[in-house]
Unconditional design. Structure first.
Ligand SMILES: Nc1ncnc2c1ncn2[C@@H]1O[C@H](COP(=O)(O)OP(=O)(O)OP(=O)(O)O)[C@@H](O)[C@H]1O
Ligand SMILES: [Mg+2]
Length: 275
């Protein structure tokens, strides 16, 4: 009788104890870096695409996976809207442009498909995107995440081997509260945080002065507080926005632009940390 009791106790323990997830590396890539923010609209996608080409300029083969469900922005940012081909119906072939490889839900789901249909389709699609894209010999795969700490983030965190995460934020207090949540999420799922980036840091006027529109040094202070690296500040810049709207990323089009140099500096820091 006691024996049985002990057995029940053991199986219950097994059920309630935290699961150990097997994290599979994404095939065809050496390093997978996730770009994330708990808050929406802070510039993850803009950062992802420009970091991608900054890493390419360092001589790496790069690819970008746009994992945003509700608003995949890659097709517009890169000026691509084709259906990806498949390899014997088994794997999806990434699209190629400017010497880089790309995959986005936006290539697979019609822009006009109502959101209510997208939801259930997307849950499975995320897994497919993580497992069934035939990336070719990539050094770096950048994953542009949707905002928040929801299902997509957890699917990736639990199933996929991520080499590091970068958290993007704007400097105002409200955004910083979300950064804290983001840091806690990555700590919980044991993903290394490569560092924090402050986007829309300041605006340089025609008068040459810098204006701290959303506050000053908030992200750097948060990084210090949590003992994380601070990777850099990206100012509000019209050319950066326009280049994304035109499908011609700034770091690709103008690698010597002062903003591109900031991205080059961040790319170098990531290289040093990951390699
Ligand atoms: N440093 C910047 N200077 C000027 N415009 C910027 C900057 N960063 C981002 N933007 C613009 O702000 C808007 C939102 O940026 P983006 O789409 O990159 O944010 P996101 O965090 O990916 O948003 P979402 O949470 O919806 O995925 C875009 O129009 C983009 O061009
Ligand atoms: Mg985005």
């Amino acid at each position: 009788m006691f024996k049985n009791k002990a057995k029940t106790g053991d199986s219950l323990k097994e059920k309630v104890s935290p699961k150990n997830f097997t994290k599979n590396p994404i095939k065809g890539t050496k390093f997978t870096v996730m770009i994330s923010s708990a808050k929406g609209g802070v510039g993850k996608s803009t950062f992802s695409i420009n970091l991608l080409f900054a890493l390419q300029k360092l001589g790496y083969k790069v690819g970008l996976l746009d994992a945003d469900i509700h608003g995949p922005s890659l097709p517009k940012m890169i000026g691509l809207n084709e259906r990806p081909k498949t390899n014997n119906d088994k794997f999806l072939l990434p699209l190629e442009k400017y010497g880089a490889q790309f995959m986005s839900l936006g290539f697979l789901v019609d822009e006009k498909t109502p959101m209510i249909w997208r939801g259930p389709m997307v849950a499975g699609t995320i897994k497919t995107l993580a497992e069934k894209v035939l990336w070719k010999d990539l050094d770096f795969l950048i994953i542009d995440m949707p905002p928040g700490t929801g299902d997509t983030q957890l699917t990736f965190a639990q199933d996929v081997k991520i080499d590091g995460a970068i958290i993007i934020s704007t400097p105002q207090e409200l955004a910083l509260m979300d950064v804290t949540r983001g840091i806690q999420m990555f700590n919980k799922v044991k993903i290394k945080i490569l560092g924090l980036v402050e986007n829309m840091s300041f605006f340089k006027g025609d008068d040459g002065k810098s204006y701290n529109i959303f506050g000053e040094d908030g992200v750097e202070k948060t990084a210090k507080e949590f003992d994380k690296k601070f990777l850099g500040k990206i100012p509000i810049n019209t050319e950066l926005r326009k280049s994304a709207d035109l499908g011609l990323p700034l770091t690709y089009k103008k690698p010597d632009h002062e903003i591109s140099k900031i991205f080059a500096d961040i790319a170098l820091k990531i290289k040093q940390d990951v390699l």
